[in-house]
Design a protein around this ligand. Structure first.
Ligand code: FAD
Length: 310
């Protein structure tokens, strides 16, 4: 690719037509994208592809690991970008703090490992959460007392009509598993890089903490194809406890089941990736939501996002 603008017809060479998205999601469900682009040749190419798509009037949706999205059986119109660009570097490494600049396609697990090796503390929880930095910045992902908003100083974001913008964390409107990006009705942005500022720590202690958290996760959460927590925890309570109290552990629609281990996890028991079973996943979500309302009087709010043509 030469320069920042794509040469004529280059977009057609970089994208696939009518591509299944199921294998790019943690639940292994969902339909096709009109156009699919694997971003793995660096940010400049990714930016040029997205700009060209916007110019053509296509809608653009960026996915990391698809760990928090339920994709419609009828698929997603326009271009879907699977973001696999990954570079991480320390821009400053002092005795007491480190500043890390990380591409949005870096997986949370890789960043946790990177930080541990360099004695950078506070990111141990990332080792337990599937996804990329881009998804974490959008969702304000968090676990075990940490979340991305506590560490993020700023992000570089491509915004349609505005170009590359540096947005400080305090302008992200962070709340529990929410941000202005997650709340935005039009997804006309692309998170490019995040900058995190972290305290220094002892690599061995960081490793120990990471292993403890991983063990805790295995004990409390199920393996298998899922989207993690389907509903947000209501203030002072846990969605899993409430769903269990409503008697819904093991409740099933098609191949999708409320986990026996943690009732806020819905497991896709299908062995093949599937477009149609996404409808069952959605049906289970709706039935659990309405049964919890009938039986417990609690209106559960979704943590996951529905994407595409529902
Ligand atoms: C087993 C399991 C356990 C989980 N546990 C936790 C947990 O403990 N805590 C927690 O917070 N979450 C958890 N989750 C949910 C998920 O891991 C997080 O929400 C994570 O941040 C999603 O990252 P992702 O890269 O997969 O995002 P995706 O699911 O691919 O996308 C999420 C949203 O971000 C947008 N997006 C992603 N990347 C970009 C980008 N570069 N630019 C613009 N928009 C972008 C997407 O369009 C979408 O709107 C869990 C999920 C699973 C499957």
């Amino acid at each position: 690719m030469i320069g920042k603008k794509l040469q004529t017809d280059r977009l057609e060479q970089l994208v696939a037509r009518n591509a299944s998205l199921a294998r790019f999601t943690a639940a292994r469900l969902g339909g096709e994208a009109d156009w699919l682009y694997h971003a793995r040749n660096g940010e400049e190419e990714m930016i040029a592809v997205v700009q060209e798509a916007w110019q053509r009037g296509w809608s653009v949706r960026v996915l990391g690991k698809g760990a928090n999205v339920l994709i419609a059986p009828r698929g997603v119109r326009g271009l879907v970008v699977i973001n696999e660009n990954h570079s991480v570097r320390c821009t400053e490494l002092h005795d007491d703090l480190a500043v890390i600049q990380v591409s949005s396609g870096v997986s949370l697990g890789s960043l946790a490992r990177f930080a541990q090796r360099r004695g950078i503390a506070g990111l141990e929880w990332l080792a337990t959460v599937p996804g990329t930095i881009g998804g974490a910045v959008v969702n304000n992902a968090g676990a075990h007392g940490g979340d991305i908003s506590s560490s993020l100083t700023k992000a570089e974001i491509l915004i349609k009509g505005q170009g590359r913008c540096n947005i400080p964390a305090h302008e992200m409107e962070y709340a529990y598993r929410n941000s202005r990006w997650k709340a935005a009705p039009e997804k006309d942005f692309l998170i490019l890089f995040a900058e995190l500022t972290m305290p220094r720590g002892d690599p061995q202690q960081i490793e120990q903490r990471m292993q403890q958290l991983k063990t805790l996760r295995k004990q409390t959460q199920p393996a298998g194809a899922s989207l993690g927590s389907i509903f947000k925890n209501p203030a002072g309570d846990h969605a899993g406890r409430i769903i269990e109290a409503a008697g819904l552990k093991g409740y099933r629609v098609g191949k999708v089941e409320v986990s026996h281990k943690h009732a806020n996890f819905f497991i896709n028991r299908g062995t093949e990736v599937s477009a149609a079973d996404a409808a069952d996943y959605d049906e289970l979500i709706q039935r659990v939501q309405s049964k919890v309302w009938e039986r417990c009087g609690i209106q559960l709010q979704l943590e996951i996002e529905h994407i595409g043509e529902w």
